[in-house]
Design a protein around this ligand. Structure first.
Ligand SMILES: [Ca+2]
Ligand SMILES: [Ca+2]
Length: 348
């Protein structure tokens, strides 16, 4: 694992920029277990602040997964006065007591794996909730959430970990934002992506490892492992040929021009595709659109706009709670069937 990571580190240097207009490709099929998918209706407003910011903008501490537990609270009172390495947490509002960030490089034992991207650790500086940066795993109730949690537990079983900060200390819930590395030298986030249990997701400004994670994800996707298997969540949907194009960056302020932000699906096959209950998702845990009684005709296109409006045969309206969906600086369009299988994916 460590060897691969080193290779990817090299690849990272070569991986410059984002290939706009990258081809959407169907997800290969492979055997996997089945878990029913429900679509969370909750909107994590904290995430929305990052969705439309231009790439150069600086965003601090915005990694807010829906359903976040509040707080790295317990026992987090030590270390407040320990000087230079503290990097005092401004604005750690909930949970974490003032100054309660780990003061020294230390090893941590695992207290609990919360899910595929969150865990609780304890060490000399107290006990903390850690949200891994650079990845996002399925939310509870979504396809592959259970497997992701189990995978994290397996990765961490019998190990202590070190926590590596990128830029931010904590998110708004007081969770530490960290890369997590085991005493065996394994980057936990990388392994979660490698197994198809999480996606590489950029949480600016904490994006130091995302180019590497992107490379790992491309391999996982190509191999059809984990949630990239065509039947990861139910019987495979085969024979579909749909392309995706995106217009993530609406003219002007995306949040004020929602209907100029869109994704478009084109059926390139000679037969219609019934998209009823199919799902459109981004990399976040909160943005989900579900088609209702919509059939995409042979050769037809439909444009899914972020704002509100009257649905037609060619234009559908997400009507997403007044904020944009598609991150201008890079995101992924997932088109999933009713079971939650990824059928077509466009990473841009
Ligand atoms: Ca946008
Ligand atoms: Ca814009």
């Amino acid at each position: 694992m460590a060897r691969t990571w080193s290779l990817l580190g090299l690849l990272r240097a070569l991986f410059v920029g984002v290939v706009l207009g990258a081809c959407a490709t169907a997800v290969p099929g492979a055997a996997r277990s089945t878990v029913g998918k429900t679509v969370p209706s909750r909107i994590a407003t904290a995430l929305n602040t990052a969705e439309n910011t231009e790439p150069a903008a600086s965003i601090t501490s915005t990694t807010a997964a829906a359903g976040a537990s509040t707080g790295a609270s317990t026992g987090a009172t030590t270390g407040a006065t320990s000087g230079a390495t503290t990097g005092a947490t401004s604005g750690a509002t909930t949970g974490a007591t003032t100054g309660a960030t780990p003061s020294v490089a230390t090893t941590w034992s695992i207290e609990q794996v919360v899910d595929g991207d969150t865990l609780k650790v304890q060490g000399a500086d107290g006990r903390f909730t850690v949200r891994l940066v650079g990845i996002n795993s399925p939310e509870k109730g979504e396809c592959f959430a259970t497997q992701a949690t189990a995978a994290m537990q397996e990765l961490l079983a019998g190990h202590t970990v070190t926590l590596v900060k990128d830029v931010s200390e904590t998110d708004q819930y007081g969770r530490l934002l960290r890369f997590v590395q085991t005493d065996a030298g394994v980057d936990v986030g990388a392994e979660m992506v490698r197994g198809g249990f999480a996606v590489s997701r950029r949480y600016p400004p904490d994006i130091a490892r995302n180019d590497g994670y992107d490379q790992i994800q491309a391999q996982a996707r190509g191999a059809g492992v984990g949630e990239w298997a065509g039947d990861a969540c139910g019987p495979v949907t085969a024979g579909v040929s749909i392309s995706i194009t995106q217009h993530a960056n609406a003219a002007g302020d995306d949040n004020k021009n929602l209907n100029d932000e869109w994704v478009r699906f084109t059926n390139q096959a000679g037969t219609p595709v019934d998209l009823n209950r199919w799902i459109v998702a981004d990399e976040s845990s909160s943005h989900r659109y579900v088609f209702a009684n919509f059939v995409l005709g042979a050769g037809a296109s439909v444009t899914l706009r972020t704002g509100c409006g009257q649905d037609t045969a060619t234009d559908l309206y997400w009507c997403n709670a007044g904020s944009a969906v598609w991150n201008n600086s890079g995101d992924t369009v997932f088109l999933r069937d009713a079971s939650g299988n990824n059928v077509v994916v466009l990473k841009y």
